[in-house]
Design a protein. Structure first.
Length: 145
């Protein structure tokens, strides 16, 4: 079901230092310092899901919750009314290294979390991927800090 209340989002995340984080059932994972793009969807409430990710205090439910305790979201890109998280993830995996199985336990994607040392390169690739796509006109970009 697709509608105006739902959609896909990309969290552009900065991790200030190398660290190892226990990520739920995935166990301990090593995360290098740098920038990450996390692709997700919330067809029942996009704004509420994004707000939840931006909160520091929450019960851990998704893989991304564990990373966000040590990292900060620099920007959120949302695509309203369309569930395109897996096509976006498959495109990003062609260019960027991924953290295997992160955020993709409910689909067949390798991952929904991608790494890059260069924030501008990561952001530009995401925006370029969207040019001419059916969801391009629905993209909204919002800085969080």
């Amino acid at each position: 079901m697709e509608g105006p209340a739902g959609g896909t989002y990309i969290l552009l995340i900065e991790l200030p230092r190398d660290c190892e984080i226990a990520v739920g059932a995935l166990g301990p994972l090593s995360f290098p310092r740098g920038f990450y793009a996390y692709v997700g969807s919330a067809m029942g409430g996009l704004e509420a899901r994004i707000r939840r990710h931006l909160r520091k205090r929450k019960r851990f439910h998704w893989h991304i919750d564990f990373l966000l305790q040590r990292a900060r979201v620099r920007e959120v890109i949302s695509i309203r009314g369309k569930k395109v998280e897996c096509p976006l993830a498959r495109e990003l995996e062609q260019t960027f290294p991924c953290i295997p199985r992160f955020g993709s336990s409910d689909c067949r994607c390798k991952s929904h979390l991608f790494f890059c040392r260069d924030y501008r390169l990561l952001r530009e690739k995401i925006l370029k991927l969207s040019k001419g796509q059916p969801w391009d006109s629905r993209m909204e970009k919002g800085f969080t800090s």
